[in-house]
Design a protein around this ligand. Structure first.
Ligand code: DLL
Length: 446
């Protein structure tokens, strides 16, 4: 869905055809021929250099030479996060350590971290795809980009950084945290572009207001937002609050980092996947069977060009569907991600994602765009409390209390489940410093 924002600051124009990479201008047949050639190469590379892939492919009875069409990808075994964990730290690397130029790792809050590696050619590819993503968002050489994705082992900061430089823009390596100082830099340096998570942009908008700056008055024109699920309602909120275009960038460390796909500013209709480097499929999350384009399921990605860390049929756990290309006709899009299969809450038999609640909270004018889902146990049953705040900033605001009351009904009507809604004091809910945790699970202690 594309959202138009009210006329304010001039919008950035999309790149002209001649500014695009050759692959972005290919026809579908040419692109698929390239994908097939690369798929054969990557399967051969993984088979020859990564022992766990060799074992799995042998067990599945598939030899790299049998990859004759793109559909043959369905014959390859899946790779899961667990496969990466058991080979911690470097067991899935496909090149000798001397050729590894950089390492990143996931936070590992839910177990051992997953570690990924890049050769210098991989870093070049990543920078060029990140630059392509920024260009699609209307960013051009010479612009200033405030990069508030966290620097460090997380792929967001350094991945985006290299892309900004590759594009020829000016990078402000703000990283995460020190929000008051970041707001000041946005005011003083006047960047046109900001890169961060959608929830951190809300934090930045609050910090601008605290400085007495109207968030609509900055020089920011585009925000390139990702690393966590967010809804079109959140997009509208941010676009209106800051008077800019908010575009969606997708990626994950296991597959590369930010820039696996990105939205084009002219359509804002879900990230285009950069299919010259990644082969997407969507599968039924339970059976693992591929579903046709247009049907919802779990996104599965195969890297087509990575040297150090090739991944075959990686189960992302991200839920979406494949849609036809628009701004880049040959490259398919993913629908804005609704959530991850592991974020799904099953409440008395009803499946619920935090984004479904987000849509409803953001549609309630009396409520602030902050919310938290608190899971507890009452007797034998799970109980969900949606914690919200008044948008007026006034404690116990009667309008907000009425909206909170109405939210109980709206959740029941649209999601089909009974929840409690608790109106908190203004500022009581946790604010984002990067990726925001939406669910507080207190079931073990209640
Ligand atoms: O979050 C990479 C990234 C950084 C993407 C900056 C975009 C911008 P991980 O920490 O490995 O990598 O987390 C990857 O985050 O599987 C999704 O569940 C979620 N995610 C990433 N981008 C989006 C998005 C980075 N645009 C996981 N919409 C992924 C929804 C997203 N979820």
């Amino acid at each position: 869905m594309s959202t138009d924002r009210p006329a304010g600051k001039a919008r950035f124009a999309p790149p002209a055809q001649e500014e695009l990479d050759p692959a972005e201008r290919m026809g579908r047949d040419e692109l698929e021929a390239l994908q097939l050639e690369r798929l054969r190469d990557v399967v051969t590379h993984a088979y020859q250099h990564v022992a766990p892939y060799r074992v799995k492919l042998d067990a599945a009875g598939v030899s790299p030479a049998e990859i004759r069409s793109l559909d043959d990808v369905h014959r390859l075994p899946f790779t899961t996060k667990e496969d990466l964990r058991v080979t911690y730290p470097f067991g899935m690397f496909a090149v000798p350590m001397e050729r590894i130029a950089r390492i990143h790792a996931s936070s590992g809050t839910t177990g051992r971290p997953t570690v990924v590696g890049y050769t210098s050619a991989d870093l070049d590819t990543w920078a060029s795809l990140m630059a392509r993503s920024l260009r699609a968002a209307g960013v051009r050489p010479g612009m200033m980009v405030h990069n508030a994705y966290g620097y460090g082992l997380f792929t967001g900061g350094l991945g985006a950084h290299a892309g900004i430089e590759a594009l020829g823009a000016t990078v402000v390596p703000a990283s995460g945290g020190q929000t008051a100082r970041q707001a000041q830099m946005i005011e003083d340096f006047a960047p046109q572009v900001v890169l961060c998570t959608p929830t951190y942009l809300l934090t930045l908008a609050d910090a601008l207001e605290e400085r007495g700056v109207d968030p609509r008055s900055t020089n920011l024109r585009v925000a390139v937002l990702g690393a966590e699920p967010w809804t079109n309602e959140m997009r509208e909120e941010l676009e209106t609050r800051l008077d800019l275009d908010a575009v969606d960038i997708y990626g994950l460390s296991e597959v590369m980092g930010p820039g696996v796909g990105s939205e084009c500013i002219d359509t804002k209709d879900g990230p285009h996947l950069w299919e010259d480097h990644f082969l997407p499929e969507v599968v039924d999350p339970v059976t693992g069977e591929p579903v046709p384009d247009g049907e919802r399921g779990e996104l599965v990605l195969t890297t087509l060009t990575k040297e150090a860390f090739p991944v075959l049929r990686y189960r992302t756990r991200d839920l979406t569907r494949l849609l036809p290309g628009t701004a880049r006709p040959a490259m398919r899009r993913i629908e804005k991600i609704t959530g991850r299969s592991d974020d799904m809450i099953i409440l008395r038999g009803v499946n619920l994602f935090p984004t479904q609640v987000e849509e409803l909270v953001l549609a309630a004018p009396g409520l602030a765009p902050h919310y938290l889902l608190e899971l507890t146990r009452r007797g034998k049953l799970d109980h969900l409390t949606v914690c919200v705040e008044p948008s007026s900033g006034r404690p116990a605001d009667p309008d907000a209390a009425a909206e909170a009351e109405a939210l109980v009904r709206r959740v029941k009507d649209s999601i089909g489940v009974s929840v409690e809604v608790r109106l908190e004091e203004p500022g009581a809910l946790p604010r984002s410093e990067g990726k925001l945790q939406r669910v507080r699970d207190l079931r073990a202690s209640t």
